[in-house]
Design a protein around this ligand. Sequence first.
Ligand SMILES: Nc1nc2c(ncn2[C@@H]2O[C@H](COP(=O)(O)OP(=O)(O)OP(=O)(O)O)[C@@H](O)[C@H]2O)c(=O)[nH]1
Ligand SMILES: [Mg+2]
Ligand SMILES: [Zn+2]
Ligand SMILES: [Zn+2]
Length: 445
Amino acid sequence: MGLPNGPRLPIGSTERRPDPPMPLDLLTRLDPLRRVQCPYCFERFAAFELHVKCDSPACETDFGRQVEDPILTRTYFGSGADSMIRSPWWADPRRDARRGLRRHLDWMVLPGRLDCPACGNATDCRLCPRCHQRLPDAAISGRPGHITIFGPQSVGKTTYMTVVLHELDQRFGPERGLLLEPIDEEVRRRYSQEYRDVTYGSAMQGIGVGQWGEVSRQAHMPTPPLEVNRRVLQPLVYRVKRRGASGAEPLLSFSDLAGEDWEMNFSVLRREAGHLIRKARGLLLLIDPLRIPQVARDSRVRLTPKEAIAPPAEYREDLSKLAAFFDRTPVKVPLAICLNKLDRWGPLMAPGTALHEVATSVPGELGREDSDRLIHEEVRAAMRRWDQLSFLEHLEIDFPRHRFFACSALGDAAQEEEDSPQPLPTPLLVDRPLLWLLKQQQLIR
Ligand SMILES: Nc1nc2c(ncn2[C@@H]2O[C@H](COP(=O)(O)OP(=O)(O)OP(=O)(O)O)[C@@H](O)[C@H]2O)c(=O)[nH]1
Ligand SMILES: [Mg+2]
Ligand SMILES: [Zn+2]
Ligand SMILES: [Zn+2]
């Protein structure tokens, strides 16, 4: 059975193999009751519940040696899958009868390597018992962070995620001694092919390719709804490397949900992807002010044909939807609300405001922490002017840990025609919401 776009290939993959597994360090093994949170499915469990899988090349490529994997099948195809993914031998070590009485003592010390009955390889490749994604040691010994990006259709979520990860890698990460390293080759490949190559062009072009090269830089396609493709359920997971930090490297997962699910298939989204919001440590709601009637009616704005027919935003409604994911309110998870496409609406702000300044000129010292407050206040004032009072009130009551941001992922590279080629992005303030969320999760100081 074919896998949907994106997920790692369990069988016969020709991708570069991840680094060979190191035996878990003894301190971690001596703490089998340690709570682990999976960076993919966000489930929590004790370390001794981890499953083990063979990762020898023989077992990974030889279909005949493989066994059915109902857990991985459910991860990729949902509970209604009609056929089964096969994968190399795997086991719950506590149920591996070959281990005799030892298997009942895993809660005192995690087992080391187990022998694969199919090929004899000694393996300690560990899997999340809930989703069967391979968990690197960093996931077992460190604390994961997550950021889930959500919001209505076409507000720029996928573009934002593309640009912010690129900027973090090229600019504001190095400036702050911060580096994100994809957790495996599959994450590296997915980011390059599904995100970076679309917005920045692919590495297949030569340096300085001009006339034709930029044709391959485009707007993203709408993210497909879950019923078409479940790949948004597989977050992009990164190791967070920080200059001067000791101890285990934390992980950071990014999920980018489809606006179509948010607006039109909400019950499916809640059922299948609810954990990505409920259990996230940081939430990023992107909104597009051009869908607020007071903004769209401004005579200085030229709406694109698609914008002109978009229904007015119901941001108050979006907060009710968000609250519906949680058992109780007020919700403690930090929520960044970012008004995107600042390049379009920023020039409407009064001259002299930070928002106007950033949108119309090269921002000077803006973009630093002290200006975050200023932007927060200016955005709030703008939302009040735009009649979003009940939105603001709902926010104060149910999501007290929130902060407003404004950004533009594309800057003046944004094109009116969606299918026209794009120049390289010149982003404005994209780092601010991300850094705030990382700080809220104590991933940076
Ligand atoms: N003006 C402007 N347009 C942008 C910006 N970011 C994205 N866009 C455009 O907005 C449209 C939608 O962008 P996407 O990133 O696909 O939006 P999305 O929120 O992921 O959409 P769905 O996946 O359908 O939910 C595209 O035409 C983008 O080029 C921006 O910063 N400024
Ligand atoms: Mg998208
Ligand atoms: Zn998992
Ligand atoms: Zn094997």
